[in-house]
Design a protein around this ligand. Structure first.
Ligand SMILES: Cc1cc2nc3c(=O)[nH]c(=O)nc-3n(C[C@H](O)[C@H](O)[C@H](O)COP(=O)(O)OP(=O)(O)OC[C@H]3O[C@@H](n4cnc5c(N)ncnc54)[C@H](O)[C@@H]3O)c2cc1C
Length: 353
C-alpha cells in the first residue's frame, strides 16, 4: 500500500513529490506528456508584476521558499537549475518612469525596484526613457528540472510514463485502487489537463495559452532579461526566448501563426540587429478565474486532492503550495483561504453533477 498516487509531473507534481520525499512518504507518479506548460515556460522568477509595478501575490515569501527549494533540488539531482539574472523593464514614457519611482517607495516593493535607472543597456535595444532593474530575479531551467527529476523517479520505479485513466480509479473510504496499485491518497497535478478529471473539472480553471519564439542572434550579446511588452530572455549560445503571448480563447496546444506574427512585430520594433527565428513553442497556463491557486481536498472524497491553478507564476508558487498541501494532509495545518479550492463550493459541485 502506497501513501500517495500523484498525477502529473510539471512544476506542481515535482513540488508535491519532492515534499512527499521529505516526509518519507511512498508514492507513484503518472505522467503522459499531454501538457507542456512547465516544459516550455520561461522559468522566470520575478516578484513584481511589471505591467503595473505592483507586488505579485505573496511573492516575497514565495521567493525565499522557491529559491531554497530549487537549490535543494540542484544538489539532489546534481544539475544546474537556478540562474540568477537581472530583469530590466523598458520604459515607454516619462509617466512609466514616474510610476516606477512611486512604486519603489512602497514598503513591499522597495527591496525589488532599483531607483538607479540605466540608459545604455544594449546597443541594439534602446529606450528614450531608460530601463529600471528588478532585483532578486532569475530563471529556473524547468526543462532540465523535469527531465532530471523524471529520471530520478524512473530509477527508483516511482513513475509510470502513461496516461492516468480516471475511469480505472476505484475510490474507497480509506483506500484507492488504480489497476491494482493501492494508495491511501491521490494528488492531482495535471495543470490545464484537470479539465479532463471528472472529480475536479467543476473548478473554474481557465486555460491561458502562451507562446514563445526562439531567436538566434550573433550580434545581440544580451546578458540580461528585458521586459517590454514581452520578455527577451537570454538562453545562452546566442539564443533568446521572446514572449510569451497571452490568449484566453485558444485552447489548442499547438503554436499559431497569429502569435508568431504578434511576436515578429514586437521584434521588428524592439531589436535593431540581425536575428533569425529558429523555433516556436506553446503551452496552456493553468490560470484561474480569481488568479489564485486551486489547492486542497475534494468536497466529497477525503483522500483526494488537487494542487493546481498556478497561472503564469508556477515557478514561484508551486513550492509553497505543495508544502502547504502536504502539511495540511499530514499534520492538519490549515490551507490559506485564498488558495483553498473549497472557496468554490460543494453546492457548485452538486449542481453540475
Ligand atoms: C509560454 C509559457 C511561458 C511561461 N513562463 C513562465 C515563467 O517564466 N515563469 C513562471 O513562473 N511560470 C511561467 N509559465 C506558467 C507555468 O508554466 C505554469 O504556472 C506551471 O507550469 C504550471 O505547472 P503545473 O504542474 O500545474 O501544470 P503543467 O505544467 O501543465 O503540468 C501538468 C502535468 O500533468 C500531466 N498530465 C495531465 N493529465 C494527465 C493524465 N491524465 N495522466 C498523466 N499525466 C497527466 C501533463 O502531461 C503535465 O506534465 C509559463 C507558461 C507558458 C505556457
Amino acid at each position: 500500500m502506497l501513501d500517495y498516487i500523484v498525477v502529473g509531473l510539471g512544476l506542481s507534481g515535482i513540488a508535491v513529490s519532492s515534499h512527499l520525499e521529505k516526509h518519507n512518504k511512498s508514492f507513484k507518479v503518472y505522467e503522459d506528456f499531454s501538457q507542456k506548460s512547465s516544459l516550455v515556460a520561461g522559468g522566470i522568477y520575478n516578484p513584481v508584476i511589471l505591467k503595473r509595478f505592483t507586488p505579485a501575490w505573496n511573492a516575497a515569501q514565495q521567493l525565499e521558499t522557491a529559491i531554497s527549494f530549487y537549490k535543494g533540488l540542484e544538489n539532489q539531482l546534481e544539475a544546474k537549475l537556478v540562474y540568477p539574472i537581472n530583469i530590466y523593464r523598458k520604459f515607454n514614457s516619462a509617466e512609466e518612469q514616474n510610476n516606477w519611482f512611486d512604486a519603489a517607495d512602497k514598503p513591499n516593493l522597495e527591496d525589488f525596484l532599483d531607483t538607479k535607472l540605466v540608459k545604455d543597456l544594449n546597443p541594439f535595444i534602446t529606450s528614450e526613457f531608460s530601463f529600471g532593474r528588478v532585483r532578486k530575479t532569475g530563471v529556473i531551467d524547468t526543462d532540465v528540472l523535469i527531465k532530471e527529476y523524471g529520471k530520478k523517479l524512473e530509477k527508483s520505479g516511482r513513475i509510470e510514463f502513461e496516461r492516468f485513466r480516471y475511469a480505472d480509479l476505484q475510490v474507497g473510504e480509506t483506500e484507492l485502487n488504480y489497476n491494482g496499485v493501492k494508495a491511501r491518497n491521490i494528488i492531482f497535478c495535471e495543470g490545464f489537463g484537470m479539465l479532463n478529471n471528472p472529480y475536479f473539472n467543476y473548478l473554474p480553471l481557465r486555460g491561458n495559452k502562451g507562446e514563445y519564439l526562439i531567436i538566434y542572434s550573433e550580434e545581440l550579446k544580451l546578458k540580461e532579461a528585458i521586459k517590454s511588452s514581452f520578455f527577451i530572455l537570454p538562453l545562452g549560445n546566442d539564443l533568446y526566448k521572446v514572449g510569451a503571448t497571452y490568449n484566453n480563447h485558444d485552447k489548442d496546444p499547438e503554436p499559431t501563426e497569429e502569435a508568431r506574427e504578434q511576436l515578429k512585430k514586437f521584434l521588428e520594433r524592439t531589436i535593431s540587429c540581425k536575428y533569425e527565428i529558429v523555433d516556436q513553442v506553446s503551452g496552456i497556463r493553468p490560470a484561474t478565474a480569481d488568479r489564485r491557486p486551486l489547492v486542497g481536498r475534494h468536497p466529497e472524497f477525503e483522500n483526494m486532492y488537487a494542487c493546481n491553478g498556478f497561472g503564469s507564476r508556477g515557478v514561484l508558487i508551486a513550492p509553497t503550495m505543495a508544502d502547504e498541501l502536504i502539511e495540511h494532509i499530514g499534520n492538519g495545518k490549515d490551507l490559506s483561504g485564498e488558495s483553498d479550492l473549497k472557496r468554490f463550493t460543494r453546492k457548485h459541485y452538486k449542481a453540475i453533477q
